[in-house]
Design a protein around this ligand. Sequence first.
Ligand SMILES: *[C@@H]1O[C@H](CO)[C@@H](O)[C@H](O)[C@H]1NC(C)=O
Ligand SMILES: *[C@@H]1O[C@H](CO)[C@@H](O)[C@H](O)[C@H]1NC(C)=O
Ligand SMILES: *[C@@H]1O[C@H](CO)[C@@H](O)[C@H](O)[C@H]1NC(C)=O
Ligand SMILES: *[C@@H]1O[C@H](CO)[C@@H](O)[C@H](O)[C@H]1NC(C)=O
Ligand SMILES: *[C@@H]1O[C@H](CO)[C@@H](O)[C@H](O)[C@H]1NC(C)=O
Ligand SMILES: *[C@@H]1O[C@H](CO)[C@@H](O)[C@H](O)[C@H]1NC(C)=O
Ligand SMILES: *[C@@H]1O[C@H](CO)[C@@H](O)[C@H](O)[C@H]1NC(C)=O
Ligand SMILES: *[C@@H]1O[C@H](CO)[C@@H](O)[C@H](O)[C@H]1NC(C)=O
Ligand SMILES: *[C@@H]1O[C@H](CO)[C@@H](O)[C@H](O)[C@H]1NC(C)=O
Ligand SMILES: *[C@@H]1O[C@H](CO)[C@@H](O)[C@H](O)[C@H]1NC(C)=O
Ligand SMILES: *[C@@H]1O[C@H](CO)[C@@H](O)[C@H](O)[C@H]1NC(C)=O
Ligand SMILES: *[C@@H]1O[C@H](CO)[C@@H](O)[C@H](O)[C@H]1NC(C)=O
Length: 846
Amino acid sequence: MLFSVPLLVTTALAASSPGWYPTPEIGTIDNDWTDALDQSLEILAQLTLPEKVNITTGTGWMGGACVGNTGSVPRLGLKGLCLQDGPLGIRLADFVNVFPCQNAMAASFDRSLVHQRASALGYQSRLKGVDVFLGPVVGPIGRHATGGRNWEGFSPDPYLSGKLAYESVLGVQAEGVIATIKHFIGNEQEHYRRAQEWTDVFNFTDLKLPVSSNIDDRALHELYMWPFADAVKANVGSVMCAYQNVNGSQACQNSKLLNGLLKSELGFQGFVMSDWFAHGSGVSNALAGMDMSMPGTDAGEDQTVFWGEQLTRMVANGTLPKSRLDDMVLRILTPLIKFGIDQDTIPNFASFDDSTIGNPHPRATNPEQTREEILNYHVDTRNKFTADVALESARGSIVLLKNDGILPLTGTNTTIGVYGVGSRMGPNGAVCGENMQCSDGALIEGWGSGTAYPTEYESPYEALHKKSSLRGTHVTGTTESWDLRLPIELAKTTNINVVYVLSNSGESTASVDGNIGDRNNVSLWHNGDELINTVASYGPTVVVVTTVGQVDMNAWINHANVSAVLLTAPAGDYGGQAMADVIFGDVNPSGKLPYTMAANISEYIPIVTEIPEDGAPQADFTEGIYLDYKWYDKYEKTPLFEFGYGLSYTNFTFTDLNLDVKEISEFLPPRPAPVHIVKPPSTKVNIEDLYVPEGFEIVDGLVYPWIQNVSIPLANSSEQFHFANEAGEVSDAAGGVGGHPWLWSTAATVTHNTTNCGEVAGRVASQLYIAFPDTGIDVPATQLRGFDKSRLLNPGESQTTEYNINWRDLAIWDVELQSWRVQRGEYQVYIGHSSRDFELRQTFTL
Ligand SMILES: *[C@@H]1O[C@H](CO)[C@@H](O)[C@H](O)[C@H]1NC(C)=O
Ligand SMILES: *[C@@H]1O[C@H](CO)[C@@H](O)[C@H](O)[C@H]1NC(C)=O
Ligand SMILES: *[C@@H]1O[C@H](CO)[C@@H](O)[C@H](O)[C@H]1NC(C)=O
Ligand SMILES: *[C@@H]1O[C@H](CO)[C@@H](O)[C@H](O)[C@H]1NC(C)=O
Ligand SMILES: *[C@@H]1O[C@H](CO)[C@@H](O)[C@H](O)[C@H]1NC(C)=O
Ligand SMILES: *[C@@H]1O[C@H](CO)[C@@H](O)[C@H](O)[C@H]1NC(C)=O
Ligand SMILES: *[C@@H]1O[C@H](CO)[C@@H](O)[C@H](O)[C@H]1NC(C)=O
Ligand SMILES: *[C@@H]1O[C@H](CO)[C@@H](O)[C@H](O)[C@H]1NC(C)=O
Ligand SMILES: *[C@@H]1O[C@H](CO)[C@@H](O)[C@H](O)[C@H]1NC(C)=O
Ligand SMILES: *[C@@H]1O[C@H](CO)[C@@H](O)[C@H](O)[C@H]1NC(C)=O
Ligand SMILES: *[C@@H]1O[C@H](CO)[C@@H](O)[C@H](O)[C@H]1NC(C)=O
Ligand SMILES: *[C@@H]1O[C@H](CO)[C@@H](O)[C@H](O)[C@H]1NC(C)=O
């Protein structure tokens, strides 16, 4: 496919990233983790060097029940942690719910629903014995329509992503489970994210280095890092660093990113874990600010361990300052205590073996060490609460894009023909492989690590059938999509057609129909365009699109018989039922598009697929801050459907706009003074502790913190890494958890009334956009700065909608100043139904 995007080329991006050292220590800014930190300091004082290392290093791939498992400290009764994907369900476990993916949730524009979904995920994690939930995702943010993992994230609008990430973190962590915001940062495409994967697994032998996301400072702050700041503000316990390079430096050993931006500027207090096998060296990762190695080994055949024994050595021999290891340990222990991780529960399921009884060490190679244990207790974590949340979430995610009045279906004497691969379960049932790498049935989720096993799935066809038998309508159908004779025969006999089409993508752990993670195109799969057009030529047709991202609708959107179009991202267990609820009008659709649907697909930013001669692909984010609707506004392009668009079976009107704006400063006040905490001196390194204790049985294939290869002497290092103490410059925007506290202060409150002026009850997501003053600095025409999902309003009913605008929401990132700056002049506030459909407008001047 040909892509050509008029890009805004300001300055060529130099692919380099400055050093930023040392790692800011936990507790040096004001935060509410102080009590937990005090307790971790007490634990720290009792730990030996290998015990500290054990807390930071995974036991290796398949080194335990979970996808990630850390070492334990048996002497002090500290268990190893269970880290599990995420983000739409508990992966590789039985009796859990598959919730709608985050991209579906973004379409709900519903903070409270997203919060409840996160509570349910936290609750199920806790019941399964998961300590660290690997979600939510805000990177990818969705720069590329074809990005393989977009469905795992929310939306290319950073404000929407940020608010929903905030709720997700709160929801998970309130259940006694640590949330993980990922992947920090610029992880926008699957292609070439990790060189070894793409060379060894997919044969891209010319590749030498992972793709480098080259992002300018302003776009990093106003777009890619923005939602991470919200998650940090919500006290997220962990951050996962990304596979690919940023400005030429691998994201997990990029000190500017981890030390300078995440830990200093955003004041992140928790721990940074590597993405699985993204750990690429020993000392450099530690000094750059990474705190936990996952899964503990690399993916190569010889299972290289960068920490474990090596971390013990590098601290013992003086190469890595003890204080850095101590800080890693404190950053891991403190959120565990703060969020009440239960030391008595251990995982009651096994990721790598679904039998009830089996060997707890799937990697153990020594037959004498393979013992039998109960691995899976088959704990059913599903209940009315989780099921209701999953169903409500699926309903809230459905976007009505077109409706000539055919929906909802009300006739009692109609025959409904149901078509498309997306209408029924695939031939292998709902569960297809450990990564759900299939696409030959209804789309429940994408593929890769961000999946969970469906247990309650009812296909769209079954759901329609069930409802229709209660209403005296008749349902018939076929999934045949290539040989169109059968669909034609059926269409001749039906009154209304419903065609379920789809488009799928996933992680580059698997290739599905030749799509290695990222989609090869934005067309419908399974001959969807032709199927729709064929069926529609026989009568009124409702098209139901389930998709991981934008799709090309040009082939049929204007067909006279395509009477209605519904869209959802993969919506989990209850996606089929929710869609039937909407089609028959039991639920009024209220979703809004969380991205812009292009009229011309050449407007989507292509992923980088070419490998240059030096083997180091470069992704220059030259559009800067102008992503999605901001790009359409800037270049005055008309999309097919804009960001925020979505119809209802009723109509809403907004009135009575009221602004209450504070006097706010142009610049941030001086940042709060650093906090000085009294830390006891680091415990002395005892040489005897460093070796495997006598009588300890090493399980082959697991990673341990002790020095095992005694033939390498423990020489003392005369010098530490020379850069380890070079001070990075602290930004004026730092000083609190989530950045300078002032950023989060209220600058304005806005209210208006929302009235249902149509015929049926419904809910609406009202949207607040702001246009910044013209000060000569390039800014987007408008930016989302508020959204609110109304309650269910009956015809004629009203409610008052309120928004809280923060200081940050009115600021731009000033690259010279290296801080945020509110503009002076006239701001405009719009209340609308989408990013292009504004109903109310007012101005204020700062
Ligand atoms: C990446 O490079 C750009 C352009 O030189 C620069 O503005 C930005 O600060 C750099 N970011 C990082 C994280 O190194
Ligand atoms: C490290 O963790 C492993 C696995 O939980 C455990 O067997 C071992 O005893 C721990 N080592 C230390 C020093 O606590
Ligand atoms: C990669 O190449 C090897 C050897 O040429 C071949 O066996 C394998 O099937 C190829 N894998 C893929 C994914 O193309
Ligand atoms: C210290 O330990 C690290 C990790 O094993 C190693 O890379 C480094 O070479 C060691 N330094 C000396 C002087 O042996
Ligand atoms: C239902 O529709 C069929 C075919 O369109 C028609 O023959 C029949 O009379 C209708 N029945 C009722 C009860 O309207
Ligand atoms: C797009 O990709 C899908 C899935 O691999 C494939 O079925 C379809 O033929 C492709 N469409 C085009 C226009 O290449
Ligand atoms: C629409 O459907 C009717 C049958 O209901 C058919 O006669 C007509 O040709 C169709 N229109 C198009 C454009 O295919
Ligand atoms: C889509 O945009 C490209 C690039 O601007 C242009 O060449 C092409 O004609 C456009 N296609 C349509 C159908 O407008
Ligand atoms: C909503 O309003 C539009 C335009 O005012 C009108 O065409 C449409 O019929 C109304 N829809 C409903 C469901 O009230
Ligand atoms: C131990 O280190 C020596 C010296 O580097 C090396 O030759 C040997 O292979 C290592 N042994 C193991 C078991 O890794
Ligand atoms: C290395 O030197 C440091 C600082 O002099 C000392 O504290 C440490 O015990 C020495 N380690 C070894 C293994 O000799
Ligand atoms: C609507 O706005 C008016 C004027 O601002 C206010 O008095 C009234 O209470 C509001 N009505 C509702 C239902 O919120």
